[in-house]
Structures are given as C-alpha cells and as structure tokens.
Design a protein around this ligand. Structure first.
Ligand SMILES: Cc1cc2nc3c(=O)[nH]c(=O)nc-3n(C[C@H](O)[C@H](O)[C@H](O)COP(=O)(O)OP(=O)(O)OC[C@H]3O[C@@H](n4cnc5c(N)ncnc54)[C@H](O)[C@@H]3O)c2cc1C
Length: 385
C-alpha cells in the first residue's frame, strides 16, 4: 500500500502525466501507430512497467526515502488508473504493459512462465492482450468453443476465432482461452507469443475508446506446446478460466477506476468552460460532485477487499456498476450544457461521451454483475461490507 508520505508526490506526478495524455488524445485516437511516437511520455513509461513484480522490474515508481512501488495491489492500481484516465483513457489503453495477461501469469504461471513473460515485458515496451470473447460467446465465457487439439506428446493445435481483444493487433504477448476438454474446468489459458509465432489479427472499427484497439484473432492450427499452457502444474480447478476468476475480481476495480477518471474529467471540464450555469444546472453538477466522491470511496473499498480476499468479487461488481452508470450519465448530461454546437466546439466532451459507452462491455456487463451481486447477497457475502 502506498505510504501516506508518498501519496501527494505520486498524485502530483500522475496529474502531470495525465496532462500529457490529454494533449495527444486525438492523435492516438485517429492514428493507431501514434502511440509508438509517445513511448517517452512518463505516463506511458509508467504503464509499461506497472504490475511487473519486484524481481523483474527495472523501473519501479520511487517514493520518498527510496521506497519502491510496483502497483501489484489493486488499491494502488485504481489510484493510478483513475488519475491517468482523467487525462485520456484511450492513451492509457493504447500503452504497452503487462495488464491483465500479466496478472494471469502472476497468479497461475509456473516459475518458468513467469520468468519468460516478465523478462520479456521488462526488456522493451511490450503490448500484451488477454482473449476470451468469441463471436457467439461474450458473457457466456464458460461455454467458449475455441479448441486446443492434441497432435502428439505434449503438442497441440489451437483452432478458433476471438473478437474484441484489446491490443492484440499491435501486441506481442498474450493469453488466449480455449477448450481442451468439455465443461468449464476444461478451459485452458494459453500463452501465445505473436512475435515468435504470428497469427492473423484485424482491428475492429469502434465508436469510442479506439485507443484500446480491440481486434479479431484467428487461429487455424496455431502450434501450442505443453509449456505454453498457463499453470499446467496446477489442478484443473486452480488454472484455466476457473483459476483466473480471482484475477478478474482483482482487475475489475480498474475498469471502474477508468470510468471514474473520465467522469471526473467531464465534471471539471464543464465547470472550467461553462461558468454561467443556471440554478438547476448548478444543482445537477453539485449532485455529480457528491456522486463522484461516493463512487470513488466505493471503488477504493472494493479494491481493498479485492486485495484482502480475491475470491470475494461482489463489491468490485457493485463498484463497476456504479462507476459505469456515473460516467454514462455525466457524459450525456455534459454535452447539452453547450447547446448544439457543443459537439463541434467541445470535442473532448464528445470523445468522453463515446469512450464512456465502452466500459459497460469491459470485464462483464452490468447485467452480469447484478447477477453476481444477487448471488453474493443470497450467500451472505455482502452482509459485513
Ligand atoms: C472496448 C472493449 C474492450 C474489450 N476488451 C476485451 C479483451 O481485451 N478481451 C476479451 O476477451 N474481450 C474484450 N471485450 C469484450 C467484452 O468482454 C464483451 O463485449 C463482453 O463480455 C460482452 O459480451 P458480448 O459483447 O458478446 O455481449 P453478450 O454476452 O452477447 O451480451 C449482450 C447483452 O445480453 C446481456 N446478457 C448476456 N447474458 C445474460 C444473462 N445470463 N442474463 C442476463 N443478461 C445477459 C448482457 O448484459 C448484454 O447486455 C472488450 C469489449 C470492449 C467493448
């Protein structure tokens, strides 16, 4: 956890990095190669090394008295993701770094897999990806159909199609989920090295959050070795899709944090650019000020719970639902405050409106999270939150 004495320094640096992100937001949105021209931005460099554990990380954030931060804890991550998304969430998502695939490796990878993965991402800016979604299976991931077919002793072929996988077109390393046996325990996480063994990818055309560059992936007999199956040393109930559930619980507050960053950016932008708010508009914006403070507190609490007990993802679900609701509403309410011309005169507001629509689909839709929360409530898991 970040030491209290380091917090102001960290927040100051994040705020500066967010300003850089804001400046290049439209360039990164319109040109998918633009991020390569901004690898020297402090925020981008930071993301490239965030979540790399101490034994492999050459560039941790340095606090006072030499304290080093690696952002392995969820509560540290939400602070940084929220602050950088305040600048621009598209640049954040376009940046290299371990992200979710790194966490699967951290939680489930063998020592050899961890060494391979982390040495690689620490050696140069590396874009990574994490692929579950299929054309016919989004929320219903336990029924995905991509196949891992045995071809010999410890060798396999991967067959199937994935969609909407962020950073997979520009990415080099990733995790792809595919089925080796029937049933949810038969789904394996496979480490794929696109640089060494390329496969077909094609970016989707997106309305918002284009920096994430979600893409289509096609595997037609892609060669896989036993050593590429993440956590092959673990039992089926502790690896694959089943084993990654705790990772999802810990990563989920991050999506809420990105949504909150965009909501806060919209809130401040309106106050800075529309000084003559009417009484009812002032009251609307005052209501958003209170909601931003409330959802932030909820998010931090969900992150702390995820750090203490990753099997309890209920509050992370609540935090995601509330932050997504907030960002969708505030970005929709902001535009009309500037009249019809707002769409042209205030492109950031239009961008944030578009970006905000993507969060709903990342890491599970609100409907799926409501089902999680309902089940947790019935099991008494929300009682002492
Ligand atoms: C910007 C962006 C980035 C993404 N990045 C990734 C990524 O990196 N990797 C990856 O694998 N995927 C990624 N996704 C995909 C995302 O995870 C899926 O879009 C999501 O799982 C929803 O799946 P779907 O779009 O197929 O919708 P569906 O699952 O078809 O759902 C459609 C609607 O039906 C509802 N619904 C579905 N099942 C139920 C149910 N049982 N009960 C009630 N309602 C239900 C849903 O809430 C939703 O409203 C990304 C998506 C976006 C937009």
């Amino acid at each position: 956890m970040i030491h209290e004495n380091d917090l102001a320094e960290l927040q100051g640096q994040l705020a500066e990095a967010a300003k850089d992100f804001r400046k290049v937001a439209f360039e990164v949105e319109s040109d998918r190669d633009a991020i390569h021209r901004h690898l020297d931005l402090p925020g981008v460099q930071w993301l490239a090394y965030m979540f790399i554990p101490p034994e492999y990380n050459p560039a941790p954030f340095l606090g006072k008295e030499g304290r080093k931060y690696y952002f392995m804890e969820c509560s540290e991550r939400v602070l940084s993701l929220e602050a950088l998304s305040y600048g621009d969430v598209g640049v954040l998502m376009a940046s290299p770094g371990p992200g979710m695939s790194g966490h699967v490796i951290y939680d489930l990878g063998s020592p050899e897999q961890q060494e391979f993965y982390y040495k690689r991402v620490a050696s140069k800016p590396t874009w990574t990806f994490f692929s579950i979604t299929e054309p016919e299976k989004g929320s219903d991931a336990a029924n995905l159909t991509s196949q891992l077919k045995p071809t010999g002793e410890g060798t396999y072929e991967l067959w199937g199609e994935k969609i909407l996988t962020g950073n997979s077109h520009r990415g080099q390393l990733g995790i792809v989920f595919a089925r080796r046996h029937p049933g949810p325990l038969g789904i394996e996480a496979i480490l794929v090295d696109k640089e060494a063994r390329p496969f077909q990818t094609e970016p989707h055309k997106l309305f918002g959050l284009r920096g994430a560059e979600p893409s289509r992936l096609k595997f037609e007999g892609y060669p896989v070795k036993e050593s590429d199956i993440v956590g092959a040393h673990l039992t089926p109930s502790r690896r694959g899709l089943w084993g990654a559930i705790q990772t999802f619980n810990r990563m989920r507050p991050g999506v809420g944090a990105m949504a909150l960053g965009v909501a806060r950016a919209t809130y401040d932008y309106v106050l800075e650019n529309r000084r003559d708010l009417t009484e009812s508009e002032t009251s609307l914006w005052e209501n958003y000020r209170v909601r931003i403070a409330g959802t932030k507190a909820l998010l931090l609490k969900a992150a702390r719970i995820a750090d203490q007990d990753a099997s309890n993802g209920a509050l992370a679900s609540v935090a995601k639902i509330e932050n997504i609701r907030l960002v969708e509403e505030i970005t929709a309410d902001a535009l009309p405050l500037f009249g019809t011309k707002g769409i042209w005169d205030h492109p950031y507001l239009m961008k944030w409106y578009r970006d905000a629509r993507a969060f709903e689909y990342m890491e599970g839709t609100s409907m799926i999270h409501k089902l999680h929360v309902h089940q947790a409530y019935l099991k008494g898991k929300l009682a002492d939150v």
